[in-house]
Design a protein around this ligand. Structure first.
Ligand code: ARG
Length: 441
């Protein structure tokens, strides 16, 4: 069945039929197409375009279609055609009334909004689970000291928890952004018709309430041609993937023999077909890799949309693959990341050892001199010279004796050793958000 055969004399070319069909992709929208069709039918009933009995037939048939198990996806143009075809097969002419006051243009945008809302809620839930795992891991390794890096050079002592919780902040923002985006997803566009609205007296506010949409779109042309809500989601997904990818990169680095800060569980690693000793962090590498594909999806749709005149154009059928692929990829990455973090082994000793080399307490020594009344820039210079001296002797700052210290600055006393102690450094940090020692409460 076709929804549009009337004005055509020739049959569609076979290649074109296949080329034009989106059913293999948009079949995923079937439950949403049914949900939207049911709400639309209620709107038709309220407007007395169909009778109560006709509505009941439609409702029953739609519910049956929802339960249908397809052995093979029927070769029709798209999911909307499929639902209407099945409806007509079940209830004949009454089924043919469902498309009154509706176009596939407002229908597809509605289906996508229903689908995306549902998926956004699942993704928010996964991000919440990820933050719970992060919190648990940071509690388990509370007050474990590690080097903090800038330029990948050891910089200042921090705690492993503080490092982990930096990611939690990112994911918290991601959750907020997704929640905020729901405002723009939760808009009813049904009633826009093909592009111009409809002369049928459909109560759009009523239909919106049935689908739990908070608003109705205010311009029919925008209603059918807007894909901002998808592009916004793809951007948010790209941001989340960027966060996961940075984290993955760190896990890859930390898993090297050179760092040896963490070890992934066997469950989230794989081996080599030739090198028997290998244990590779494929899970995090794949997440890092899939980030490129999610960015690609964002750019695919931005590029598809950039030259489109108003209103609906068939180019927009191409929005679904990037959307679905992004949802699947993102959810897959989040699930794996939750699993691998939950089973990761942390080498606290290695982390702490690493803090001992690299003069990570040099900034604190400068602060010590500031406390003794020396301006920071001068203190910085003195400590720089002390570090250079310690490097020549191949010792750490705290291994210098007091007379060596005094050769650089007379104001340095015995209390400097207390001051340079790693734990004390963390205990002295005061600002909100600092990497500091967590006292038991
Ligand atoms: N399969 C189409 C899509 O995904 C549905 C809307 C088609 N509208 C049309 N006028 N041909 O965009």
């Amino acid at each position: 069945m076709k929804l549009w055969g009337g004005r055509f004399k020739e049959k569609i070319a076979e290649d074109m039929e296949i080329f034009n069909s989106s059913i293999n992709v948009d079949i995923r929208l079937l439950p949403y197409d049914i949900e939207a069709s049911l709400a639309h039918a209620k709107g038709l009933k309220k407007a007395k375009i169909i009778t109560d009995e006709e509505f009941e037939q439609i409702e029953r048939a739609l519910r049956e279609i929802k339960e249908e198990k397809f052995e093979e996806i029927p070769m029709v143009e798209d999911v909307h055609t499929l639902v209407e075809q099945m409806l007509v097969e079940k209830i004949g002419d009454v089924g043919k009334k469902i498309h009154t006051a509706r176009s596939r243009n407002d229908q597809i945008a509605t289906d996508e909004r229903l689908y995306l809302r549902n998926e956004i809620l699942k993704i928010i839930d996964l991000l919440g689970q990820l933050n719970a795992v992060l919190l648990e891991l940071s509690k388990k390794h509370k007050n474990k000291i590690m080097p903090g890096y800038t330029h990948m050079q050891r910089a200042q002592p921090i705690t492993f928890s503080h490092h982990l919780l930096a990611y939690m902040e990112m994911f918290k923002r991601d959750i907020e952004r997704l929640k905020d985006s729901l405002k723009r997803v939760n808009v009813l566009v049904l009633g826009s018709g093909a592009l111009a609205g409809t002369s049928y007296d459909i109560d759009r506010m009523y239909v919106a309430s049935l689908l739990d949409f908070k608003e109705v779109s205010l311009n029919s042309i925008d209603g059918v041609s807007d894909r901002d809500f998808i592009i916004e989601f793809l951007s948010l997904a790209s941001l989340i993937m960027m966060h996961l990818s940075r984290f993955s990169e760190e896990v890859v680095l930390w898993s090297t023999q050179e760092f040896n800060f963490v070890e992934l569980s066997d469950q989230y690693s794989t081996g080599s077909s030739i090198m028997p000793q290998k244990k590779n962090p494929d899970s995090v590498e794949l997440i890092r890799g899939k980030t490129g594909r999610v960015y690609g999806n964002l750019f695919a749709l931005l590029t598809t949309m950039k030259g489109l005149p108003l209103a609906y154009n068939k180019d927009m059928q191409e929005d679904k693959e990037p959307l679905f692929d992004t949802v699947d990829t993102l959810k897959g990455c989040l699930k794996v990341f939750i699993g691998l973090l939950g089973t990761i082994r942390v080498n606290e000793k290695k982390m702490e050892e690493a803090v001992k080399f690299g003069y990570l307490n040099a900034t604190d020594l400068a602060d010590y001199l500031v406390k003794k009344g020396i301006p920071f820039r001068t203190a910085h210079d003195i400590v720089g010279k002390l570090v250079a001296y310690a490097i020549t002797k191949n010792v750490s700052l705290e291994e210098l004796n007091i007379s060596e210290f005094r050769n650089f600055c007379q104001l340095i006393d015995e209390d400097v050793y207390e001051f340079l102690d790693l734990k004390n450094i963390l205990k002295r940090r005061k600002t909100i958000g600092a990497a500091r020692w967590e006292e038991d409460v």
